[in-house]
Design a protein around this ligand. Sequence first.
Ligand code: SF4
Ligand code: SF4
Length: 369
Amino acid sequence: MKTLTYIKKENLNTFLEKLNKNYDVFLPVQNKADGTINFESLDIVNDNNVINLKEKTRKSPKSLFFPPSENLFEFEYKKDIKKPDIMEIKLLESEKMISDETNSRKKVIFGIKPCDTMAVKCLDLVFGEGEKKDPYYIMKRKNTILISIGCSNVFPDCFCTSVGGNPFYFDYSDLGLIDMGQNLVIFKLSERDDLRKLLDECNEFFEEREINSDEEIEIKKIISESEKKCSSNWESVNAEDIALDMERKFSEEEMWKNITRKCISCAACTYVCPTCVCFNIGDEQTGMKGERYKCWDFCTNYYYTLEASGHNPREKIYQRYRNKINCKYNYFYKRNKNLYCVGCGRCIDVCPVGMDIREIVKHVRSLQK
Ligand code: SF4
Ligand code: SF4
């Protein structure tokens, strides 16, 4: 007989409060005034907002690993007036910034959706693997435990099942939970040592008993209904074929102009996307001291590719959108055998002119060539 380990939902708030004593807990919080849901610290939950684990967050949780703006290090120019042609640069703080992160309290992202954990896998491939790694990202990632709740609520713009995921995909979650009405049931448990420690610390909240056959049936039903609903939002995509198609139709300028004609290049879709990670590096300097920072950038923005000469290789909106779609469904796949779109649907939800990435891909595919 299999066992069922669960936490009673009536104890969830007390569990989270206890967790927050030893960890920095982030979770989806809905602002009562405007209804938006975003990942926030449990510390800010008050009478003006409410924890909402059922719906999607407007912004993805990527900023918890890849902040919109982040100081990399500080620097100071040293100039000897007797040798004015020689300038020394002293770097300050970079080691300290990384060690501050390493020594800070661990984070727990509670209620992260399975599609967003697939996006974390993409971020790992960009920042955490290969020859050049980003130590700032790696420290944050190592320091964070992902607790997912599978999606019993599937929205019309969700399409994770089309791009290799599913509403209960827990491969990238440290702990995967299923909402069974009264209880949150543990469905997946990773081997991470710090997760074991967390569970030991909060041992009193977890109950265990034998699972009965009705419950087994109920779990299967919850999973299959969500999968079915999500699959009906879009057909399944064959990544290999689609990458080839994108490649073949890259120079179909008229098609690209036509399918992107509504886009106003506002970059909202890239801002909310859990996998978009373009960034810029800049310096802020006062006198001889300054700091170097990394901040989000957007390939859908005109200035992203504007060169100092004034030439812009992606001057037109259709060229920039074509690049974005190719990044999601072609370039990244070729490098990593992993699509770069996780089907969260946020870009569809947020676009002010109603662009739908599924429609764009469908159009590209339907062009005979
Ligand atoms: S491209 Fe759109 S659907 Fe795909 S991961 Fe980004 S925001 Fe989500
Ligand atoms: S949100 Fe819509 S209009 Fe804005 S850049 Fe993206 S596709 Fe274009």
